[in-house]
Design a protein around this ligand. Structure first.
Ligand SMILES: NC(=O)c1ccc[n+]([C@@H]2O[C@H](COP(=O)([O-])OP(=O)(O)OC[C@H]3O[C@@H](n4cnc5c(N)ncnc54)[C@H](OP(=O)(O)O)[C@@H]3O)[C@@H](O)[C@H]2O)c1
Length: 293
């Protein structure tokens, strides 16, 4: 399976496709003939991308679905709405992310972990069966080389408000979780038509840095920002070109890259999966709005 994966009319769902790397990913996928579904917090803030895709004159118009990854009930509703569209699903891009936010999600998880990992974990779970029935399909999760900046996962801290002042430590943990999730998922879908990849997009000039303190942005600029167009290239590579047999790998610069030692720790990946499963189950049981989804 080294050939290009996509064919005209395949369906892609991308989280956070209104700005930054996700916006370019959505537009480029539409140009390649994907029917693009953008899941995000605001139709108003996504309208310009939907209009842009329409203006390309492509066959398939993009669709918006409401999704707030800081609420697992919203994740369940989004998956339900997607399933009601009665479309196949060939590509899921877990792209949305926050950095530097502090606090708790609606379900009581540390904000950055909840949005970046747990929301995507549940969304993927709820769409997996649909992907399995859609033929060859893939899941691309946008992680970061920031995953290297943590010495481990403090499980208790994930159920408490953000502890660090900048939120950077929690961001690193969430991006390690993205990577471990993708690796563990690859094991669990091995032998099926699904493959899965995680990636570092580069250091990209996007809105992700908006919550960081003012002094931090010039430091990042010094390190050399990529444009969002450049930053979307590895996501697009994983979405359309990465070989099926490289499922589970972590990519950077459109090539497989060795993650930090913790990112290769299969016991940690299995433990994260087990806990994530229990957490989303627990919130489903305690939230009658979400029951039955
Ligand atoms: N930029 C970089 O240098 C860099 C480096 C490494 C990894 N990454 C990763 O790349 C991915 C894309 O980030 P970006 O740089 O393109 O940042 P961005 O421009 O800030 O885009 C982030 C996207 O996530 C969405 N989002 C945030 N919170 C959400 C929530 N609770 N529910 C649903 N959607 C939510 C945002 O929607 P709203 O408009 O509603 O906020 C936006 O569409 C992230 O996973 C990030 O961690 C970025």
């Amino acid at each position: 399976m080294n050939q290009e994966f996509y064919i005209q009319g395949q369906v892609a769902l991308i989280t956070g496709g209104n700005v930054g790397i996700g916006r370019i990913t959505a537009i480029e996928l539409a140009k390649k003939g994907f029917k693009v579904v953008i899941a995000g917090r605001s139709l108003e803030r996504t309208q310009a991308v939907l209009d842009h895709i329409k203006s390309l004159g492509v066959d398939e118009q993009a669709i918006f679905l409401p999704l707030d990854l800081a609420s697992l009930a919203s994740v369940r509703e989004c998956a339900q709405l997607f399933l009601q569209l009665n479309l196949p699903l060939h590509l899921l891009v877990n792209n949305a992310g926050v950095a530097g936010l502090r606090g708790l999600t609606k379900d009581g998880f540390e904000m950055t972990f909840g949005v970046n990992h747990l929301g995507h974990f549940l969304l993927t779970q709820l769409l997996l069966e649909k992907m399995q029935s859609s033929g060859l399909s893939r899941i691309v999760t946008v992680s970061s080389r920031a995953h290297k900046r943590t010495a481990g996962i403090d499980w208790d801290a994930l159920c408490q408000p953000t502890r660090s002042w900048t939120g950077i430590h929690e961001y690193a943990v969430s991006k390690l979780a993205n990577l471990l999730f993708s690796a563990e998922l690859a094991k669990r879908v091995k032998g099926t038509s699904i493959s899965t990849y995680s990636l570092h997009p580069g250091v990209v000039d996007t809105e992700i840095w908006r919550a960081l303190p003012n002094w931090a942005r010039p430091l990042l600029r010094l390190r050399g920002f990529l444009t969002p167009e450049e930053g979307a290239l590895t996501t697009l590579h994983c979405a359309m070109h990465a070989p099926h047999q490289e499922s589970g790998l972590y990519y950077a610069d459109s090539k497989p890259m060795q993650p930090a030692a913790l990112g290769q720790n299969s016991e940690l990946a299995a433990e994260l999966w087990r806990r994530s499963e229990a957490w989303v189950k627990q919130t489903n049981e305690s939230n009658p709005r979400s029951k039955g989804n």
